[in-house]
Design a protein around this ligand. Structure first.
Ligand code: FMN
Length: 188
């Protein structure tokens, strides 16, 4: 079975973007193996080249690098911080992107990985204003970022228990993009 890695740009305990990933995971799990980066699992310091050879940090970076490299594709959820992606997402990608230059057993983990971008926010934009910066960054490191994305604004109205109950329109949007993503991954 193909493997898909799910990564949230917010590591907040109550992150709505992480919650969106959990919702998407349930929908795709019958067709693919899901590896979701859980809250607090990847906590890398702010990138500094002087820290690159620190063995503890390298171990953490290697762990995430391996999870990305062994996945066929990624779904990245990212809230918008002042119109851009979060520092957490940029920092995480910066760390992983460097490993190919430090460890001869590592190549570019991002190369040619299809990526679906998704976001939710409590405000009007749904995080959509920040996604072009995610597209630029992930494209820069070698991913094939899918042309469409899922963005859901004013998401608080859809929160139900520990998940979401979306309107029919958003259900259709989610189904459309997930089916397309699974076709690209070769799982459909
Ligand atoms: C530093 C910061 C900047 C933010 N900037 C924006 C923004 O530019 N546009 C927006 O719609 N929401 C913005 N927000 C609100 C977040 O998108 C919202 O809190 C979102 O739910 C956070 O995602 P999370 O629940 O996954 O942590 C900002 C929040 C923070 C903390």
């Amino acid at each position: 079975m193909k493997k898909v890695l799910l990564l949230s740009g917010s590591q907040r305990k109550e992150s709505l973007n992480q919650r969106l990933l959990a919702n998407l995971a349930k929908r795709i799990e019958p067709q693919v193996t899901v590896d979701m980066v859980q809250h607090g699992e990847i906590n890398l310091p702010l990138f500094d080249q002087d820290l690159e050879l620190n063995p503890e940090i390298q171990k953490n970076v290697f762990n995430l690098h391996s999870r990305i490299a062994s996945s066929e594709a990624l779904i990245v959820a990212c809230p918008e911080y002042n119109g851009l992606i979060t520092p957490y997402l940029k920092n995480t990608i910066d760390w992983v992107s460097r490993l190919q230059y430090l460890n001869s057993s590592c190549s570019n983990a991002f190369l040619d990985k299809p990526v679906l971008l998704v976001s939710v926010s409590t405000g009007w934009s749904g995080g959509a204003v920040g996604l072009p910066s995610a597209r630029t960054l992930l494209g820069y490191v070698g991913c094939h970022v899918l042309g469409g994305s899922i963005s859901i604004p004013t998401v608080s109205q859809y929160v139900k228990d520990s998940g979401f109950s979306f309107s029919a329109d958003y259900e259709n949007l989610i189904k459309f993009h997930l089916e397309r993503f699974l076709r690209v991954v070769g799982a459909k």
